[in-house]
Design a protein around this ligand. Structure first.
Ligand SMILES: Cc1cc2nc3c(=O)[nH]c(=O)nc-3n(C[C@H](O)[C@H](O)[C@H](O)COP(=O)(O)O)c2cc1C
Length: 283
């Protein structure tokens, strides 16, 4: 890749895995900017970028709404080399095919896509797994390999949703997604809250404001876990609310509970301040 090329990587993250992935790729490419998908897509178009990347976590077997909406509205150079890196724990599902479809609507296409298995962060359902000690070095090494392939403009055919995912999706996810924005009704804040405002600054949906010293949720949640992961005093807890049980009561929702004692996870190399920057350059 020529040094003079313009390289732009857009990322979305809740707990830092995808931001770390974007950083590793940007460092390897050089002369690259990484931009958070929390920004307004009209303010950060990539019409003159020669290399464009999208780095995001998999939610609900596909792209999360914020990523979908951002890319839908983003202007890009259709002739750019376009790549995607997903971070996930198990099921990549429809993500790459949905992304490719969005790109096709802009006259472009997805040329390279990589899944990076990472630590599962949905701690309102389960304790984070597997252990950081084993997984972080593996992620770093797989990211370096992917960065090298991107540097060499490798192309590949992306993985698509498997048969089981296609069979199960219509019977599970739509109901769950119908309550997603209001999932934050289950958050509560304990006495250990110090009103520092970190939760509100790291939220990629601007869903949290501090009212009378206490985090208040506006029901536009993406369930990304940033607030619980980065709270310095573990003050944010979760219990699936009774009123939502009347709307949706499944095997999954019955397990939605975050006791104070449970370990929270965020990527060890990514601090809360990193999530607040929105743009970073790597020369
Ligand atoms: C709401 C939610 C839904 C998730 N759904 C999936 C999924 O469908 N498949 C999967 O493999 N991982 C899933 N995960 C795990 C994340 O994709 C994984 O931990 C990711 O690396 C988190 O990235 P981040 O640290 O950049 O936020 C989900 C996590 C959350 C918070």
């Amino acid at each position: 890749m020529a040094k003079s090329e313009k390289r732009t990587i857009y990322y979305f993250t809740g707990t830092g895995n995808s931001l770390r992935a974007a950083q590793v790729v940007a460092k390897a490419l050089g002369n690259a900017e990484i931009i958070s998908m929390r920004c307004n897509p009209a303010d950060v178009p990539a019409t003159d970028s020669d290399v464009i990347g999208f780095v995001f976590p998999i939610y609900h077997w596909t792209l999360t709404e914020a990523v979908y909406e951002f890319i839908s509205k983003l202007s890009i150079n259709p002739n750019a080399y376009i790549f995607a890196v997903s971070t996930l724990c198990r099921i990549n599902g429809y993500a790459f095919e949905v992304l490719d479809e969005l790109l096709k609507q802009k006259g472009a296409s997805l040329q390279y896509a990589k899944r990076i298995y990472s630590i599962a962060n949905l701690c309102i359902v389960y304790p984070p797994f597997p252990s950081e000690r084993g997984m972080i070095p593996k992620m770093e090494s797989n990211l370096k390999k992917a960065a090298n392939e991107i540097q060499n403009r490798r192309t590949n055919s992306y993985s698509k949703a498997g048969v089981l995912t296609r069979l199960l999706y219509p019977h599970t996810m739509p109901q769950y997604l119908s309550i997603l924005h209001e999932i934050d009704k289950g958050f509560s804040v304990s006495e250990s809250c110090i009103s520092c405002g970190v939760c509100s600054h790291v939220c990629p949906r601007k869903n949290i404001s501090i009212v009378n010293g206490s985090p208040t949720f506006s029901h536009n949640c993406s369930c990304c876990m940033a607030c619980v992961a980065y709270c310095p005093t573990k003050a944010i807890q979760y219990r699936y609310p009774k009123e939502q049980r009347a709307v949706l009561d499944t095997f999954f929702t019955r397990r939605m509970n975050l006791p104070a004692k449970r370990k929270r996870y965020h990527h060890p190399y990514i601090a809360a301040q990193d999530l607040m920057l929105d743009r970073m350059r790597f020369d």
